[in-house]
Design a protein around this ligand. Structure first.
Ligand code: GUN
Length: 291
Protein backbone atom coordinates (compact mmCIF):
# COMPACT_ATOMS: atom_id res chain seq x y z
CA UNK A 1 0.00 0.00 0.00
CA UNK A 2 1.32 3.39 -0.97
CA UNK A 3 0.95 6.13 1.62
CA UNK A 4 -0.70 9.22 0.16
CA UNK A 5 0.91 12.08 2.05
CA UNK A 6 -1.77 14.61 3.02
CA UNK A 7 -0.15 18.05 2.97
CA UNK A 8 -3.41 19.74 3.92
CA UNK A 9 -3.66 17.71 7.13
CA UNK A 10 -0.04 18.29 8.19
CA UNK A 11 -0.29 21.99 7.34
CA UNK A 12 -3.49 22.26 9.35
CA UNK A 13 -1.73 20.87 12.46
CA UNK A 14 1.08 23.38 12.03
CA UNK A 15 -1.41 26.23 11.63
CA UNK A 16 -3.20 25.17 14.83
CA UNK A 17 0.07 25.27 16.79
CA UNK A 18 0.87 28.67 15.31
CA UNK A 19 -2.55 30.05 16.22
CA UNK A 20 -1.77 29.49 19.90
CA UNK A 21 1.66 31.13 19.61
CA UNK A 22 0.10 34.09 17.77
CA UNK A 23 -2.50 34.61 20.48
CA UNK A 24 0.24 34.66 23.09
CA UNK A 25 2.20 37.28 21.12
CA UNK A 26 -1.00 39.31 20.56
CA UNK A 27 -1.84 39.23 24.27
CA UNK A 28 1.62 40.69 24.92
CA UNK A 29 0.75 43.55 22.54
CA UNK A 30 2.60 42.40 19.44
CA UNK A 31 0.29 40.67 17.01
CA UNK A 32 2.50 39.40 14.14
CA UNK A 33 2.08 41.26 10.83
CA UNK A 34 2.95 39.99 7.35
CA UNK A 35 3.04 42.16 4.23
CA UNK A 36 2.95 41.00 0.65
CA UNK A 37 4.21 43.19 -2.17
CA UNK A 38 3.07 42.60 -5.73
CA UNK A 39 4.59 44.52 -8.62
CA UNK A 40 2.51 44.18 -11.78
CA UNK A 41 -0.63 42.15 -12.34
CA UNK A 42 0.45 38.59 -13.11
CA UNK A 43 -2.72 36.52 -12.50
CA UNK A 44 -0.94 33.56 -10.90
CA UNK A 45 0.94 35.90 -8.53
CA UNK A 46 -2.31 37.66 -7.64
CA UNK A 47 -3.80 34.30 -6.68
CA UNK A 48 -0.77 33.33 -4.57
CA UNK A 49 -0.72 36.68 -2.79
CA UNK A 50 -4.43 36.59 -1.97
CA UNK A 51 -4.06 33.04 -0.60
CA UNK A 52 -1.25 34.24 1.68
CA UNK A 53 -3.48 37.09 2.92
CA UNK A 54 -6.30 34.66 3.68
CA UNK A 55 -3.92 32.29 5.49
CA UNK A 56 -2.83 35.17 7.72
CA UNK A 57 -6.38 36.05 8.66
CA UNK A 58 -7.15 32.44 9.55
CA UNK A 59 -4.38 32.19 12.13
CA UNK A 60 -4.59 35.73 13.51
CA UNK A 61 -1.64 37.33 11.71
CA UNK A 62 -2.33 40.92 10.60
CA UNK A 63 -2.13 40.97 6.78
CA UNK A 64 -0.80 44.01 4.91
CA UNK A 65 -0.52 44.40 1.16
CA UNK A 66 1.15 46.84 -1.22
CA UNK A 67 0.53 46.91 -4.98
CA UNK A 68 3.20 48.53 -7.15
CA UNK A 69 2.43 49.44 -10.75
CA UNK A 70 4.18 47.07 -13.15
CA UNK A 71 5.45 50.01 -15.24
CA UNK A 72 6.80 51.98 -12.27
CA UNK A 73 10.56 52.49 -12.00
CA UNK A 74 12.45 50.06 -9.75
CA UNK A 75 12.98 52.91 -7.27
CA UNK A 76 9.28 52.89 -6.45
CA UNK A 77 9.55 49.27 -5.35
CA UNK A 78 12.73 50.08 -3.41
CA UNK A 79 10.90 52.92 -1.62
CA UNK A 80 8.14 50.49 -0.66
CA UNK A 81 10.78 48.13 0.74
CA UNK A 82 12.30 50.92 2.83
CA UNK A 83 8.89 51.82 4.21
CA UNK A 84 8.24 48.20 5.19
CA UNK A 85 11.69 47.89 6.77
CA UNK A 86 10.77 50.85 9.00
CA UNK A 87 7.20 49.77 9.81
CA UNK A 88 7.06 48.26 13.31
CA UNK A 89 3.67 46.61 12.58
CA UNK A 90 5.17 44.59 9.72
CA UNK A 91 7.35 41.86 11.20
CA UNK A 92 7.87 40.03 7.93
CA UNK A 93 7.23 40.62 4.25
CA UNK A 94 7.93 39.26 0.82
CA UNK A 95 8.08 40.65 -2.68
CA UNK A 96 6.25 38.18 -4.87
CA UNK A 97 8.34 36.86 -7.75
CA UNK A 98 8.53 37.22 -10.67
CA UNK A 99 8.99 40.98 -10.81
CA UNK A 100 8.87 42.84 -14.18
CA UNK A 101 11.93 42.47 -16.42
CA UNK A 102 13.25 45.98 -15.74
CA UNK A 103 13.65 45.15 -12.03
CA UNK A 104 16.57 43.05 -10.80
CA UNK A 105 15.13 40.64 -8.20
CA UNK A 106 18.55 40.20 -6.57
CA UNK A 107 18.66 43.94 -5.87
CA UNK A 108 15.19 43.67 -4.40
CA UNK A 109 16.17 40.90 -2.02
CA UNK A 110 19.32 42.69 -0.84
CA UNK A 111 17.25 45.67 0.30
CA UNK A 112 14.94 43.63 2.51
CA UNK A 113 15.77 43.80 6.23
CA UNK A 114 17.19 40.29 6.88
CA UNK A 115 15.18 40.13 10.13
CA UNK A 116 11.95 40.60 8.10
CA UNK A 117 12.96 38.30 5.23
CA UNK A 118 10.38 35.56 5.78
CA UNK A 119 11.18 33.99 2.39
CA UNK A 120 14.75 33.42 3.61
CA UNK A 121 16.15 34.72 0.31
CA UNK A 122 18.45 37.53 1.59
CA UNK A 123 22.17 36.66 1.16
CA UNK A 124 22.68 36.94 4.93
CA UNK A 125 19.97 34.36 5.53
CA UNK A 126 21.20 32.11 2.71
CA UNK A 127 24.70 32.28 4.23
CA UNK A 128 23.44 31.43 7.69
CA UNK A 129 21.51 28.46 6.32
CA UNK A 130 24.54 27.09 4.48
CA UNK A 131 26.63 27.62 7.64
CA UNK A 132 24.20 25.45 9.60
CA UNK A 133 22.77 28.39 11.56
CA UNK A 134 19.51 29.06 9.71
CA UNK A 135 17.39 32.01 10.80
CA UNK A 136 14.53 31.61 8.29
CA UNK A 137 14.37 28.34 6.41
CA UNK A 138 12.86 29.00 2.95
CA UNK A 139 9.22 27.96 3.07
CA UNK A 140 9.10 25.17 0.50
CA UNK A 141 12.26 23.31 1.62
CA UNK A 142 11.14 23.62 5.24
CA UNK A 143 7.71 22.35 4.24
CA UNK A 144 9.27 19.33 2.52
CA UNK A 145 11.30 18.59 5.66
CA UNK A 146 8.20 18.81 7.85
CA UNK A 147 6.25 16.54 5.49
CA UNK A 148 8.99 13.90 5.58
CA UNK A 149 9.09 14.14 9.37
CA UNK A 150 5.30 13.89 9.73
CA UNK A 151 5.27 10.85 7.44
CA UNK A 152 7.91 9.15 9.59
CA UNK A 153 10.51 9.10 6.82
CA UNK A 154 14.00 8.75 8.32
CA UNK A 155 16.50 10.69 6.23
CA UNK A 156 19.68 9.78 8.13
CA UNK A 157 22.06 7.85 5.89
CA UNK A 158 19.53 7.81 3.03
CA UNK A 159 20.15 8.71 -0.58
CA UNK A 160 17.98 11.67 -1.55
CA UNK A 161 17.87 12.86 -5.14
CA UNK A 162 16.59 16.39 -5.72
CA UNK A 163 15.64 17.17 -9.30
CA UNK A 164 16.00 20.94 -9.70
CA UNK A 165 18.66 23.42 -8.54
CA UNK A 166 16.61 26.57 -7.97
CA UNK A 167 17.58 29.16 -5.37
CA UNK A 168 14.11 28.78 -3.83
CA UNK A 169 13.89 24.99 -3.51
CA UNK A 170 16.68 22.74 -4.80
CA UNK A 171 19.73 24.52 -3.40
CA UNK A 172 18.40 25.33 0.09
CA UNK A 173 16.77 21.91 0.47
CA UNK A 174 20.05 20.16 -0.43
CA UNK A 175 21.90 22.29 2.11
CA UNK A 176 19.40 21.50 4.83
CA UNK A 177 19.25 17.76 4.20
CA UNK A 178 23.04 17.25 4.30
CA UNK A 179 23.34 18.94 7.69
CA UNK A 180 23.61 17.09 10.97
CA UNK A 181 20.29 18.53 12.10
CA UNK A 182 17.68 16.13 13.54
CA UNK A 183 16.06 15.30 10.22
CA UNK A 184 19.05 15.79 7.92
CA UNK A 185 22.16 13.62 7.69
CA UNK A 186 21.23 12.46 4.21
CA UNK A 187 23.43 11.92 1.17
CA UNK A 188 22.06 14.35 -1.39
CA UNK A 189 22.34 14.39 -5.18
CA UNK A 190 21.16 17.53 -6.96
CA UNK A 191 20.16 17.06 -10.60
CA UNK A 192 19.36 19.66 -13.25
CA UNK A 193 18.87 20.16 -16.97
CA UNK A 194 22.48 19.18 -17.78
CA UNK A 195 22.53 16.05 -15.65
CA UNK A 196 23.61 13.01 -17.65
CA UNK A 197 21.37 9.98 -17.15
CA UNK A 198 18.85 11.51 -14.77
CA UNK A 199 17.00 8.19 -14.41
CA UNK A 200 20.06 6.49 -12.88
CA UNK A 201 20.13 9.19 -10.18
CA UNK A 202 16.43 8.94 -9.39
CA UNK A 203 16.49 5.10 -9.43
CA UNK A 204 19.32 5.13 -6.92
CA UNK A 205 17.36 7.24 -4.43
CA UNK A 206 15.44 6.33 -1.29
CA UNK A 207 13.70 9.70 -1.57
CA UNK A 208 13.11 11.69 -4.77
CA UNK A 209 12.16 15.36 -4.56
CA UNK A 210 10.98 16.73 -7.90
CA UNK A 211 11.30 20.53 -8.06
CA UNK A 212 12.17 21.27 -11.65
CA UNK A 213 9.04 22.80 -13.19
CA UNK A 214 8.62 20.29 -16.01
CA UNK A 215 5.16 18.71 -16.08
CA UNK A 216 5.22 14.98 -15.25
CA UNK A 217 8.97 14.64 -15.98
CA UNK A 218 9.44 11.84 -13.44
CA UNK A 219 7.67 8.67 -14.52
CA UNK A 220 7.43 5.18 -13.11
CA UNK A 221 10.38 3.86 -15.13
CA UNK A 222 12.66 6.32 -13.29
CA UNK A 223 11.73 5.17 -9.79
CA UNK A 224 12.74 2.08 -7.81
CA UNK A 225 10.27 0.13 -5.67
CA UNK A 226 9.50 1.65 -2.25
CA UNK A 227 10.82 5.13 -2.99
CA UNK A 228 9.36 8.14 -1.18
CA UNK A 229 8.35 10.70 -3.82
CA UNK A 230 7.81 14.38 -3.01
CA UNK A 231 6.40 16.47 -5.85
CA UNK A 232 7.09 20.19 -5.52
CA UNK A 233 5.99 21.01 -9.08
CA UNK A 234 3.00 23.22 -9.78
CA UNK A 235 2.62 23.50 -13.55
CA UNK A 236 -0.32 25.04 -15.36
CA UNK A 237 -1.08 23.00 -18.46
CA UNK A 238 -3.81 23.74 -20.99
CA UNK A 239 -6.89 21.66 -20.33
CA UNK A 240 -10.55 21.56 -21.16
CA UNK A 241 -11.62 22.94 -17.77
CA UNK A 242 -13.54 26.03 -16.68
CA UNK A 243 -10.28 27.94 -16.15
CA UNK A 244 -8.73 26.61 -19.36
CA UNK A 245 -5.89 24.92 -17.47
CA UNK A 246 -5.18 22.34 -14.82
CA UNK A 247 -2.37 22.01 -12.28
CA UNK A 248 0.01 19.09 -12.66
CA UNK A 249 3.15 18.24 -10.78
CA UNK A 250 6.63 17.28 -11.95
CA UNK A 251 5.74 13.64 -11.27
CA UNK A 252 3.58 11.41 -13.44
CA UNK A 253 1.43 10.32 -10.51
CA UNK A 254 -0.31 7.39 -12.21
CA UNK A 255 2.87 5.55 -13.20
CA UNK A 256 4.90 6.44 -10.07
CA UNK A 257 2.26 5.85 -7.38
CA UNK A 258 2.16 2.02 -7.65
CA UNK A 259 5.92 1.77 -7.06
CA UNK A 260 6.29 4.46 -4.39
CA UNK A 261 6.09 3.71 -0.66
CA UNK A 262 4.74 7.23 -0.13
CA UNK A 263 3.87 10.07 -2.49
CA UNK A 264 2.51 13.62 -2.36
CA UNK A 265 -0.38 14.65 -4.62
CA UNK A 266 -0.61 17.89 -6.62
CA UNK A 267 -2.49 19.83 -5.45
CA UNK A 268 -2.71 19.04 -1.72
CA UNK A 269 0.89 17.97 -1.05
CA UNK A 270 3.74 20.44 -0.74
CA UNK A 271 1.67 23.56 -1.65
CA UNK A 272 -0.21 23.87 1.66
CA UNK A 273 3.05 23.21 3.54
CA UNK A 274 4.80 26.10 1.80
CA UNK A 275 1.97 28.38 2.90
CA UNK A 276 2.06 27.09 6.48
CA UNK A 277 5.82 27.61 6.77
CA UNK A 278 5.45 31.23 5.64
CA UNK A 279 3.18 31.74 8.65
CA UNK A 280 5.76 29.92 10.79
CA UNK A 281 8.51 32.29 9.63
CA UNK A 282 6.28 35.30 10.28
CA UNK A 283 5.75 34.20 13.88
CA UNK A 284 9.49 33.65 14.20
CA UNK A 285 10.17 37.12 12.78
CA UNK A 286 7.75 38.68 15.25
CA UNK A 287 9.38 36.79 18.13
CA UNK A 288 12.86 37.89 17.02
CA UNK A 289 11.77 41.54 16.82
CA UNK A 290 9.82 41.71 20.04
CA UNK A 291 11.68 39.19 22.19
N1 GUN B 1 7.03 33.20 -6.39
C1 GUN B 1 6.93 31.85 -6.43
N2 GUN B 1 7.31 31.32 -5.25
C2 GUN B 1 7.67 32.35 -4.46
C3 GUN B 1 8.14 32.43 -3.11
O1 GUN B 1 8.34 31.44 -2.41
N3 GUN B 1 8.38 33.70 -2.65
C4 GUN B 1 8.19 34.80 -3.41
N4 GUN B 1 8.46 35.99 -2.86
N5 GUN B 1 7.75 34.76 -4.66
C5 GUN B 1 7.48 33.54 -5.17
Amino acid sequence: MTTHIDGNAVASEIRDELTDAIETLASEGSRPGLATVLMGDDPASQTYVSMKQRDCEEVGIEPHHVDVDGDAPADELFDTIETLNDDPDVHGYLVQAPVPDHVDYRQVIRRIDPLKDVDGFHPENVGRLVAGDARFRPCTPHGVQKLLEATGVETEGKDITIVGRSDIVGKPLANLLIQKADDGNATVTVCHSRTADLASKTRNADVVVAAVGVPELIDGSMISEDTVVIDVGVNRVDADTEKGYELVGDVDFDSVEPKASAITPVPGGVGPMTRAMLLYNTVKAASLQTG
